[in-house]
Design a protein around this ligand. Structure first.
Ligand SMILES: Cc1cc2nc3c(=O)[nH]c(=O)nc-3n(C[C@H](O)[C@H](O)[C@H](O)COP(=O)(O)OP(=O)(O)OC[C@H]3O[C@@H](n4cnc5c(N)ncnc54)[C@H](O)[C@@H]3O)c2cc1C
Length: 592
């Protein structure tokens, strides 16, 4: 009960409000689905009408959670990172990790309520009688991560571990693991993870030293894994070299390592310590010492890396989605600040320099949204047996991971700057977004490793850029409501980007240009997609303006010393930052 007089209480509230008046609010209480015009417009394009109708209430529900309870929990969990205990009070080496109750509550939402880990593998989640399409799964990840990034690692890696077990494990192993891994009951559920990196190298996995010995009818692992996220998972998929196998990647086999043996006792490995990380602080990453740990061989012993790469690629896609998601949170935060903070007597969104800064945050965010939805739709088509879609997925996955994760860093910094000094203070989400953004360019391959994968393997060996170019050309044809000269400009950029990628792939001496060539592929793909999307009935026609901005600023020649900002661009920025509806005629004029 408030013991103060009603007047005192009223005065204090008024004083508080006066103080708060000067501080720009954040996105607390927003529904991240409802405020996301791009996502709302694009989901009906990339999902069947029936799936969209069925899943829409869940997008809406998760959007509200992400701007509400989940956001509160994420802030608390970030401030109370997990703690490793090496021994119990009797001195037994029973290592375990303690998590804050906020993290546990988020696990309940993710694994119990939405069942992210299982939604691709069985029916029964979110009222669906079959697995969710990839587009829906990644759209849900995108909404979740706008609140909580750290936990998405255990969620995604459980999902991808299930994929590997389903695809490569023996019948007996599937029978043993899958009922546990697919369960949504915390008392039964086994969560998964993936340990590859050793001290000798994360990029150069051929140097892996962990040894597998076949002893008394079972595989035993000996070695040291240096980076192990979701360190206390119930089952880890990892690479090790069977005794006598050749050096390099050819000698690596894939194993499943249970944390507990069938009798409930601890397996022979220890979490030696947890990493003190810049970001993803709610989630435990540790170092693991394997001392004769029991493990199951998964699939063929000489195809370990090939099999593991399926998990890596699924994780890469999810990382691209996570980057898109964090960028969206940055946009949401920046727009709230820009529309409410005042300086020099005006709301800051009125200043041309700030508007330019906002566009630098929004453009890569919208690119990443189109890119991840298109990539996920390629996965859905590939899963249905479309061979071209499989090739397109092959090239789009590292493209998305490479570019979106890189873009996330300046976007997070830009959004922090829009909030001003408060953006640097840990009470506001911006500081966490800046910290979390950086991991995207490290795990599942650095930028260089992904760029080389795109150019050397996806373009050079698999020729996956060819079906991608064909689909993009078809989408440009379909976008018949968009003025032809602009579409011709995109066609030319498409040809030039494909040609650049082919040349860099073909000539060893051009390897140092791999990132440039990969960026060009990403930009041209996103520009075509946004243009096509804008041409579809029911979609915001302004998306094509993003396409033009990409064409001019990312794919065209530009003079860094030129002063001119063309009239179309000034008007385009105005329209894109406006909350009012814009007619397609206004947009068409700016594309002509
Ligand atoms: C918080 C965190 C959690 C992680 N969790 C996991 C996990 O759960 N499981 C797991 O397996 N790993 C995990 N990792 C490891 C991560 O995947 C690796 O750190 C990453 O792959 C890079 O490997 P590295 O650290 O050995 O760097 P290196 O491979 O030594 O790379 C150093 C630099 O060299 C560059 N480089 C390497 N080769 C080439 C080349 N051919 N051409 C050009 N440049 C090159 C790289 O781009 C990089 O800039 C985690 C890392 C972090 C930071």
């Amino acid at each position: 009960m408030d013991a103060r007089s009603p007047q005192a209480s009223r005065n204090e509230t008024a004083a508080f409000r006066r103080g708060a008046d000067h501080i720009a609010p954040d996105c607390a209480g927003q529904n991240f689905y409802a405020v996301d015009r791009g996502l709302r417009d694009l989901l009906p394009l990339y999902l069947s009408p029936a799936d969209f109708a069925r899943l829409r209430p869940h997008f809406d529900r998760l959007g509200a959670l992400a701007g509400g309870r989940l956001d509160e929990l994420a802030r608390i969990a970030d401030q109370h990172p997990p703690v490793l205990h090496q021994r119990d009070r009797f001195g037994r080496d029973e290592d375990w990790i303690d998590y804050h109750s906020a993290y546990r509550e988020m696990e309940g939402i993710a694994f119990g309520d939405f069942q992210f880990h299982a939604m691709s593998h069985r029916g029964g989640t979110l009222g669906m009688d079959r697995p969710l399409p990839a587009v829906a799964k990644y759209a849900l990840q995108y909404l979740f991560v706008q609140a909580e990034f750290g936990l998405m690692c255990p969620i995604s890696v459980t999902d991808t571990s299930i994929h590997l077990i389903r695809k490569f494990a023996s019948h007996e192993l599937k029978e043993y693991l899958l009922p546990k891994m697919l369960s949504a009951d915390p008392a039964v559920q086994w969560k998964g993870t993936q340990f590859m990196t050793e001290r000798s190298g994360g990029s150069d996995v051929g140097t892996i030293e962990t040894m597998a010995r076949f002893e008394s009818g079972a595989w035993r692992l000996y070695g040291d894994k240096w980076f192990c996220s979701h360190a206390d998972a119930d089952v880890a998929l990892l690479l090790a070299r069977p005794e006598g196998a050749p050096a390099g990647t050819k000698g690596l086999a894939l194993f499943a390592l249970p944390r507990r043996l069938e009798d409930g006792s601890r397996n022979a490995y220890r979490i030696v310590r947890l990493k003190d990380k810049l970001g993803t602080r709610s989630m435990a990453s540790g170092e693991i010492l394997l001392d004769g740990a029991f493990a199951w061989l998964v699939g063929k012993a000489d195809r370990g890396l090939k099999q593991m790469m399926e998990q890596v690629n699924l994780s890469r896609l999810s990382h691209g989605v996570r980057a898109a998601s964090m960028m969206r949170r940055c946009v949401n935060e920046a727009m709230v600040v820009a529309r409410s903070r005042e300086a020099f007597g005006r709301t800051i969104i009125d200043y041309p320099l700030l508007r330019r800064q906002l566009m630098k945050i929004r453009l890569p965010t919208e690119q990443a949204l189109s890119m991840f939805l298109f990539t996920a739709s390629a996965m859905d088509r590939a899963n249905a047996g479309d061979a071209d879609a499989e090739s397109i997925l092959r090239i789009l996955t590292p493209l998305l991971k490479f570019r979106a994760c890189r873009d996330n860093i300046p976007v997070a910094t830009g959004a922090m700057e829009v909030r001003g000094g408060n953006g640097y203070i840990e009470e506001w989400v911006n500081a966490r977004l800046v910290r979390d953004a950086h991991i995207g360019v490290l795990w599942e391959g650095t930028s260089n490793i992904n760029a080389l994968d795109i150019i050397t393997r996806a373009v050079g060996k698999s020729r996956a850029h060819l079906p991608l170019a064909a689909v993009l050309a078809r989408l440009l044809d379909e976008a018949s409501t968009i003025p032809s000269p602009f579409r011709d400009g995109l066609r030319l950029a498409l040809d030039r980007a494909m040609h650049l990628a082919e040349r860099v792939a073909a000539e060893d001496c051009l390897e140092h240009q791999a990132r440039k060539a990969a960026s060009a592929l990403y930009h041209v793909t996103s520009a075509v997609l946004m243009t096509w999307e804008a041409s579809r009935p029911g979609t915001d026609a302004r998306r094509a303006l993003y396409g033009r901005l990409v064409l001019e600023h990312r794919l065209g020649a530009h003079n860094p010393l030129a002063l001119d900002e063309p009239a179309w661009e000034r008007k385009a920025v105005e329209l894109l930052l406006s909350e009012l509806d814009v007619s397609s005629a206004e947009v068409t004029e700016l594309l002509s």
